[in-house]
Design a protein around this ligand. Structure first.
Ligand code: 13P
Length: 340
């Protein structure tokens, strides 16, 4: 394992002012996104949409890397350039989603375990040849009355650690994503407890499997009120609790924390990241790896019409720029209003 190379890649992904675009929606997920704008989910339309995002002028100032779905890793832009090459030529690091999805966990109703370890070593070597330099694996933890169970947290943490070890062996930086879902009526306190317990278990397994922490990135949820909780914590409280939770359970050797947006609106996701960075320096970079929070606006603007490409690229650039400012704690409402 080349620890120095892994650490260099991980640090580049959380370079100052930059973060990651998650554009790795699986075929069923991108179909849902396209259904919402009444666009048919064909390979051609998926390629055109992703080309629009990846060719947005100037976005490399704020976007350090892009997570791709396997189909996109193998697709080419309209000028025949392979997408990983197109990104790398712009100084954007190509990454790849490698899990095979979260499936119902046998014997544990309401809980999921992420699959995809079998044959992963071989797939990782192919992905590296195709240009990927980092990977992502998402585990899902559900909060409900008696959930999550210790067995579910352990099974997911174990799988994340085995995935991370395989990635490092293959020379890919693993993004370790244990997502505690926002769904439910639970309070922010409950999210705090479950997030801390989950992260503690994840780092215990990473340690057990000898994963080099300086060569990973953590992609967690923020500590936030459940979507249906009658009392919603404000931006300052989310920032304060999230940072305090991580100070207790995320080792300082981890170069960066790249948050998922998880269903937060685009502006709130930016405001939360901004408020955390405004709290001052932490042992790790606090950055973003947003899917919906970066793509919602460009997707709605595009609506499958090539005539809207430029406007959609402007919308994408704007969100990337706002999140770039949030990396320094310098985002403000005024930045939103400045857009025409
Ligand atoms: P969201 O930001 O839409 O949650 O997506 C991030 C992601 O990559 C989830 O795995």
């Amino acid at each position: 394992m080349d620890k120095a190379a892994l650490s260099t890649t991980a640090r580049s992904l959380v370079a100052k002012g930059k973060g990651i675009l998650a554009a790795d929606e699986s075929t069923p997920t991108i179909k849902k996104r396209f259904d919402s704008i009444q666009v048919e989910s064909t390979a051609e339309n998926r390629g055109a949409y992703r080309e629009l995002l990846f060719t947005t002028a100037g976005v490399e100032e704020f976007i350090s890397g892009v997570i791709l779905f396997e189909e996109t890793l193998r697709q080419t832009a309209s000028d025949g350039t392979a997408f990983p090459r197109l990104l790398a030529d712009r100084g954007i690091i190509p990454g790849i989603k490698v899990d095979m999805g979260a499936k119902p966990m046998a014997g544990f109703p309401g809980e999921k375990i992420t699959e995809g370890l079998d044959g992963l070593r071989e797939r990782l070597s192919t992905y590296r040849e195709l240009g990927a330099r980092f990977a992502k694996w998402r585990a899902v933890i559900t909060i409900a009355h008696a959930l999550p169970t210790p067995a579910n947290i352990l099974a997911n943490a174990h799988a994340l650690a085995r995935y991370a070890a395989l990635c490092q062996e293959a020379g890919l930086v693993p993004i370790v994503e244990p997502e505690v879902l926002m769904d439910g009526a639970h309070t922010i306190e409950r999210c705090d407890t479950v997030t801390a317990r989950t992260l503690q278990s994840v780092f215990e397994e990473l340690f057990r499997f000898q994963v080099a922490l300086e060569g990973i990135l953590l992609k967690p949820n923020m500590v936030i009120s459940g979507l249906d909780c009658p009392v919603q914590a404000d931006v300052e409280e989310v920032a304060r609790r999230t940072v305090a939770c991580f100070q207790k359970v995320v080792p300082a050797a981890v170069p960066g924390v790249v948050f998922l947006s998880g269903g937060q609106s685009a502006r709130i996701a930016t405001a939360h990241l901004n408020a955390m960075n405004a709290l001052g320096d932490q042992p790790w970079e606090l950055s973003f790896s947003y899917g919906r929070a970066l793509q919602e606006d460009p997707l709605k603007t595009w609506r499958g019409d090539a005539a809207h490409t430029q406007a959609a690229q402007q919308a994408f650039y704007h969100r990337a720029q706002c999140n770039g400012a949030a990396r320094y704690g310098e985002y403000s409402e005024a930045m939103e209003n400045a857009v025409t």
